[in-house]
Write a protein that binds this ligand. Sequence first.
Ligand SMILES: NC(=O)c1ccc[n+]([C@@H]2O[C@H](COP(=O)([O-])OP(=O)(O)OC[C@H]3O[C@@H](n4cnc5c(N)ncnc54)[C@H](O)[C@@H]3O)[C@@H](O)[C@H]2O)c1
Length: 437
Amino acid sequence: MSKQMSHLDNIPSTPGKFKMEKSPFVHNRLRWHSSLAKLAFWSFIFLALILIFFFRYPSSNPLPQDPSRRSLRTYNWGGPAWEKRVRSSARARSRNGISVLVTGAAGFVGTHVSAALKRRGDGVLGLDSFNDYYDPSLKRARQALLERSGVFIVEGDINDSALLKKLFEVVAFTHVMHLAAQAGVRYAMENPSSYVHSNIAGLVSLLEVCKSANPQPAIVWASSSSVYGLNTKVPFSEKDRTDQPASLYAATKKAGEEIAHTYNHIYGLSLTGLRFFTVYGPWGRPDMAYFFFTRDILKGKSIPIFEAANHGTVARDFTYIDDIVKGCLAALDTAEKSTGSGGKKKGPAQLRVYNLGNTSPVPVSDLVSILERLLKVNAKRKIMKLPRNGDVQFTHANISLAQRELGYKPSTDLQTGLKKFVRWYLSYYSGGEKAAS
Ligand SMILES: NC(=O)c1ccc[n+]([C@@H]2O[C@H](COP(=O)([O-])OP(=O)(O)OC[C@H]3O[C@@H](n4cnc5c(N)ncnc54)[C@H](O)[C@@H]3O)[C@@H](O)[C@H]2O)c1
């Protein structure tokens, strides 16, 4: 035993210096009882050194060197049948139809926008990672809905440049509606890197492929009202300051607006950012208050109602999904073509930012009262201090720019919109098989 230990001590510790032929053990070979034992011993040492090498120098492995790919899940894509589906889904059916790549198509807004585009005869191809930020079965149900209307959703990550390039090789998209993102303000404290991954790295990866595409598409993408952050001037106008984000989510959306400026400036990409204000409606997001309030009121659980300092009211400019969809389609329809080609700018290109809100903020306690009436259940309200985890006290959109330039005119009030949401919620979660978790 002690002999073996001393042998081990003599073995060079640096793998690079390890040379079997020059080992002192070669000269002592007669002391071994059998050549089999020798083979086993050396195999063990060799294996151990390989393991030490890989654990100590992981970056020497050529595979995970691209940091964007390291965090990507593997998805199956490609092949003639897949390309055929991609082409068919993206083909416009109407004479002047556009061909749109919708990222985040299995998401709340993405599903509604994709369905609306398809309905009017445009070609639509979806792209979504189906991540599990919230119940992926809801995303699958939206996917099934879209499939029925002829929209194929490719499963993949916007950070996968090879996939994006392939999609642009197969289809000459005229437009990209970019809605894929890590949403939600509070989750940013739990998983900050997911925001950097999707909202910053993912946006750059997408714009890189768009700038090199020939022709370059026009891009409309979702920013957020959260960029107004701690701004106190109401209603929020596009000219107001957006340099005081209150959450990492807001900061990544603000970064997105700056990144959009850069790609417009250098490569001539036509870019329109839409600052959505608290979107709600059927097929909505389970992490949003109106959604989980509904669930918790029905379960008899207490619901937190936040209050700002000095009993200040917390209010949101709730915007119904159909109004947002109209705004998105109007932004696509008024988007000018990108001016670059082959990655080179040929002239100035359009760069726009619009608020898409409802211009009528409603206190969260009123939202709860409407839900109580619609659900015919009294809520167990728990008044709590607004925590400093990203939420702002109120949002209120000035939409005159979108009104003037996009013809945007929201027409659904909260009472009407919530009625439609509750009807959907009750029918979707009825029967217990899809119990909201
Ligand atoms: N819903 C709102 O109130 C609201 C408000 C302001 C801004 N927005 C923005 O609007 C857009 C749509 O929001 P939503 O409410 O539909 O959210 P959502 O979470 O329902 O949809 C986003 C979709 O993007 C997908 N996704 C995320 N990261 C991805 C990646 N790296 N690659 C591919 N797919 C990815 C998700 O799987 C999801 O299906 C987002 O950009 C969001 O930040 C939404």
